[in-house]
Design a protein around this ligand. Structure first.
Ligand code: NDP
Length: 322
């Protein structure tokens, strides 16, 4: 089978198209023939070695397709089932072996492409808005990189909850998309100071929560735009890692809360995985959540997909099609 492998960490060129044997399932695993694989920023971190994994590594942590083989103990799925997952590595390939208890069935109203597009970013937007800081009607949230993969989904969910959404994006085209997704206010943070703008937009009160996936270039100012006892949810570092900071700042700026969550801890049990994926699939099937699949690349063009993602050229979701 064809797969995208990293032998040594590096830039996009570190990803090689290779021929590997089709994986055989271990006792607890199922083998999935991929229809689509999701591209996520976390794949960049693993490719460049910011996050560590044993090498050589088949990249990709999100996919959807059909079960072709099951291990002796993998009772929850059978060959022919349409399934999707996020988390276990190896989806940039024609086949992947995945622990069966990490697979969820794709409902009939959801396509394979949509399932591959939403498992990671959709469940992330869901846990951020419903559990990490459970937004309430009438509250105000600031969402950075609002036209990105997670961003567009998070804006929609926050809007449906009834929160006021202030979005940041880098271009006018992205601003339009954020507005269409439900953002009430959009700040071009590459052109104006989002700290000053947010203070103005909230009449100096600040926002209840900042959802920050950008990190290095946004985190510190994010602390300055929270209401007293507000929360900054740092869930990524697309611009780089946040440098260490003195916790006393949290007290001085208003007894603030900061958390650095990750999807794995919000889908840790089978029950939570099923509830969360079911909620997200339900939103898609009923049209409440609109997916924007910006581009589907052939598997062999994974390097280009990463270049586009890192180059801030993309909005919404990128897929690889084996
Ligand atoms: P995106 O589609 O959001 O792409 C990243 C976006 O970040 C860019 O489009 C860009 O938007 C913005 N950005 C700002 N500064 C930079 C920079 N210097 N270089 C590159 N991009 C920049 O990606 P994803 O939706 O896949 O992921 C978004 C973030 O969420 C990532 O940091 C990812 O690691 C994180 N994440 C965290 C999870 C968790 O559970 N903790 C789960 C899923 C994702 P603009 O041009 O508008 O500034």
């Amino acid at each position: 089978m064809k797969a995208i492998q990293v032998k040594q960490p590096g830039g996009p060129e570190a990803m090689e198209l290779v021929e590997l044997p089709v994986p055989q399932p271990k006792a607890n695993e199922a083998v999935v023939k991929l229809a689509a694989s999701g591209v996520n920023f976390i794949d960049v971190y693993f490719r460049e070695g910011r996050y560590k994994a044993p090498l050589p590594l088949v990249l990709g942590q999100e996919g959807a397709g059909v079960v072709t083989a099951v291990g002796a103990d993998a009772m929850s799925v059978k060959p022919g089932d349409r399934v999707a997952w996020s988390g276990p590595m190896g989806s940039y390939a024609e086949y992947a072996a995945v622990p069966a208890d990490r697979l969820v069935s794709i409902p009939s109203g959801v396509t394979d492409e949509h399932a591959a597009a939403v498992m990671l970013q959709g469940m992330t937007a869901h846990y951020l808005s419903h559990d990490t800081y459970p937004l309430k009607r009438g509250e105000t949230a600031l969402v950075h990189a609002a036209a990105g993969g997670v961003g567009l989904l998070l804006v929609q969910m926050a809007h449906h909850i009834g929160a006021r959404v202030i979005a940041t994006v880098s271009t006018e085209q992205k601003a339009k998309l954020a507005r269409e997704a439900g953002a009430d206010e959009v700040i071009l943070y590459t052109q104006s100071d989002f700290e000053a703008e947010t203070k103005r937009l909230t009449g100096g009160k600040g926002v209840d929560v900042v959802y920050d996936s950008v990190g290095k270039t946004t985190f510190e100012k994010g602390l300055n735009i929270l209401r007293p006892r507000g929360m900054i949810v740092l869930f990524g570092g697309s611009s780089g890692a946040v440098p260490p900071f003195d916790l006393i700042a949290l007290s001085q700026k208003g007894s603030l809360y900061v958390t650095r969550p990750t999807l794995g801890h919000y889908t840790a049990t089978r029950e939570e995985l099923m509830t969360r994926s079911g909620a997200v699939f339900g939103m898609i099937a009923t049209g409440k959540l609109k997916l924007r699949i910006e581009h589907s690349y052939p598997l062999a063009e994974a390097q280009q997909a990463h270049r586009d993602l890192e180059g801030r050229k993309t909005t919404g979701k990128l897929l690889l099609i084996p």
